[in-house]
Ligand binder design. Structure first.
Ligand code: SF4
Length: 695
């Protein structure tokens, strides 16, 4: 309660991986007042434009109120029995791998856990993947290769304490605005230097000490130059290197990259290396410009190599820091909700890990090979290998690369289920069965933000119509498929306790993810759970990973990887001469299902657009606000031209948000090819090729 007499509830913003705490106060008329939670350690009361406008996005205009089969409203009983029967029948006729779940970093951890358990433990396939594959899979792969586990070593306090923050492929000012505000506050207080490494001049470059407009895809070459400079300058931490394997090979690969192109001048490279070398407290924040690449995993390891070689990790104000895009991308990683992971950071390839999870779940089997990652999953849908597909809280007909082919594949799939809060997405329109899910502020559970802090989301509004929480829908289908005992959940807290107990087994295997101290939470303790940074085991609460130089490979050492520059997969040609970069804008989120409801947010950039360099515009006779056609071998989009030298000559940038629902010709995902990193499976959304012409 506050002075108004209306109750105030603590929850978490549903957008980006910063995971800001919010105070929610229903206005008594179906609306919601939202302000920053001054006590939440992610934001201490700050919110960005999207978080501030949350109260404007809880209207019911576009909501889905009842289950629907073949376009007609029906009962839950009919819809769920149909889903259970069709999945069971498909498994019986074609095997478990003929089914797939494609889920989302928007899911709460409890929902994610149940989806993963159902697919990996009881359907018997690892065909569960997530839109987080498009977000940070390369970071997961890089972490596992270097540390032995998917451990994010950094915390937000490190940003407050750093003397140099390097933003690589991250427009932090727009995509993680509250972290950027923290960085600006640190800069004001202690003079933190900021370097931005990005082909585009973004809002994050305003006031930065250095902007390195590198050539798309050349991050490995740049960080290899840094590793060599650290060696040449005598700036290595020899004692720390003794706790790692692979230094000599990594340095040799770095030497071999010395003449590889970066698009930067020698003076720029030297200035960057010398600033890095002369600053003890360095945090390297990286995001989609690193991850969304056919060499994304190598880019991550090139960055980690420099931090490991100098011991700039495991200390206050130091470390590599992958900032996640979605509110619960981290929770999805923790529950193992990707096709190549097992629950609680256990390994699918490890027979002991599989046996432990199988025993814990009471499952007959747990698959011993990875399932289909996002791009391959939709190719499997398209070529008929996947015959029953369940898509949960994501819009792949817009967001996946080669979105036209993905849309056509879903349309042709023999049986497609979509769970969402609305029927007004390109993907929902393709569903055979549409299931109404509860939305943010209507459901309870937990999320994990980019610095491993687990926070509660809490319900303060009634779910409209027949909408239900996702865990409840998934568990009911599991029961109807014959797995009554395994999915006998009555509430979110029962799932959370089970998940926390399973993490204790991971802890016994020496894994990093252990929240077993939360496995005995009472219902009241769960209801009142305050933000907690893992690990949270009986023997360890929070604390800093790698402070003691102990890593999670069997020999306890970190591994430095030899990585080499590779160009983007698609080559520019006379027919497709431009590099196409896609990304986010400040005030929209994903495919605008929620942020599109706020007039204030939509006013920031009201139309889909493409940024074109003035010289390119001149040579193509394109004027400001002209309609422009962007095409590639995979598709076409029509966008409004913005002429700006924020993009380099020969490159164009287009936002990813607009859909077939909001701007039918502007689905930029249709133009992006589905080339992906062979290690992480993450598609290359930052360095495609395109032809540009006046429409
Ligand atoms: Fe929400 Fe991210 Fe903005 Fe925080 S920074 S208010 S989590 S969108």
């Amino acid at each position: 309660m506050d002075g108004s007499g209306l109750p105030v509830t603590r929850s978490t913003c549903p957008y980006c991986g910063v995971g800001c705490g919010v105070l929610l106060q229903p206005d008594g008329q179906g609306g919601l007042n939202v302000r920053g939670d001054p006590d939440h350690p992610a934001n201490y009361g700050r919110l960005c434009s999207k978080g501030t406008a949350l109260g404007e996005t809880v209207g019911l205009e576009q909501r889905l109120f009842a289950p629907r089969v073949d376009g007609r409203d029906t009962s839950w009983d009919t819809a769920l029995q149909l889903v259970a029967d069709r999945f069971s029948q498909t498994i019986a006729e074609h095997g478990p791998d003929s089914t797939a779940f494609y889920v989302s970093g928007q899911l709460l951890t409890e929902d994610y856990y149940v989806a993963n358990k159902l697919m990996k433990g009881f359907v018997g396939s690892a065909n569960i993947d997530t839109n987080s594959r498009l977000c940070m899979a390369s970071s997961v792969a890089g972490h596992k290769r270097a540390f032995g586990t998917d451990t994010v070593p950094g915390t937000y306090e490190d940003i407050d304490e750093a003397d140099l923050v390097v933003l690589v492929g991250s427009n932090l000012a727009w995509c993680h605005p509250v972290l950027y505000q923290r960085l600006l506050a640190a800069r004001k207080k202690r003079g933190t230097k900021v370097v931005v490494i990005d082909p585009r001049r973004t809002a994050s470059c305003d006031g930065a000490d250095m902007h390195l407009a590198l050539q798309p895809g050349s991050d490995v070459a740049l960080f290899n130059r840094l590793l060599v400079a650290l060696y040449d300058g005598g700036a290595l931490d020899v004692a720390y290197i003794a706790r790692t394997d692979g230094f000599d090979a990594a340095l040799k690969a770095a030497w071999n990259d010395s003449s590889k192109p970066t698009g930067l001048s020698e003076a720029e490279i030297q200035a960057f290396c010398s600033l890095w070398m002369s600053t003890d407290k360095v945090v390297t924040i990286y995001s989609q410009g690193v991850n969304q690449s056919t060499s994304g995993s190598d880019k991550v390891n090139a960055i980690l190599n420099c931090h490991l070689a100098t011991g700039r990790i495991g200390k206050p104000g130091c470390g590599p820091f992958s900032v996640t895009g979605q509110p619960n991308a981290m929770g999805g990683r923790e529950v193992g909700g990707l096709a190549n992971m097992l629950a609680c950071h256990l390994d699918l390839e490890n027979a002991d890990h599989r046996a432990a999870v199988r025993g814990f779940w009471g499952a007959k089997t747990v698959p011993d090979k990875p399932g289909l990652k996002a791009v391959d999953m939709f190719r499997g849908v398209g070529d008929g290998r996947i015959k029953a597909l369940w898509i949960i809280h994501t819009n792949p007909a817009v967001s996946m690369p080669e979105a036209d082919a993905v849309r056509d594949a879903i349309a042709a799939c023999p049986f497609t289920v979509v769970s969402d809060i609305t029927d007004q997405t390109d993907t929902a329109r393709l569903a055979d069965v549409l299931l109404p899910a509860s939305a943010w502020a209507e459901k309870d559970g937990t999320v994990t933000n980019s610095d491993r802090t687990i926070s509660r989301q809490r319900s303060v509004l009634p779910a409209p119509g027949q909408a239900r929480p996702d865990w409840d829908i998934l568990a009911e289908v599991g029961r109807r498929m014959g797995f009554a005992k395994a999915f006998d959940y009555g509430s979110e807290v029962e799932i959370f306790r089970e998940y926390a107990a399973l993490s204790g087994i991971a802890g016994q295997f020496g894994r990093d993810f252990d929240i077993s101290a939360l496995s005995d939470l009472t219902d009241t303790e769960y209801a009142n759970l305050t933000p907690q940074r893992w690990p949270i085991s009986a023997t360890r609460k929070g604390g800093r990973f790698f402070a003691n130089g102990q890593f999670f490979h069997p020999n306890g050492k970190a591994r430095m990887l030899p990585v080499s520059w590779k160009p983007p997969a698609a080559k520019t040609t006379p027919r497709f001469p431009f590099r196409l970069n896609t990304g986010r804008v400040r005030d929209q989120w994903h495919t605008m299902t929620r942020t599109g409801l706020s007039a204030r947010l939509s006013a920031h950039l009201a139309e889909p657009f493409v940024d074109i360099h003035p010289e390119d515009a001149r040579s193509l006779d394109i004027k400001p606000a002209d309609l422009v056609q962007i095409s590639s071998p995979t598709g076409t989009a029509i966008l409004r031209a913005r002429i700006t030298d924020a993009v380099p000559l020969g490159q164009v940038f287009a936002p990813m948000h607009w859909t077939g629902e909001t701007a039918p010709a502007a689905r930029i995902g249709a133009v992006v090819a589905a080339a992906f990193d062979p290690v992480s499976g993450q598609p290359e959304s930052k360095a495609g090729v395109a032809a540009v012409s006046r429409f």
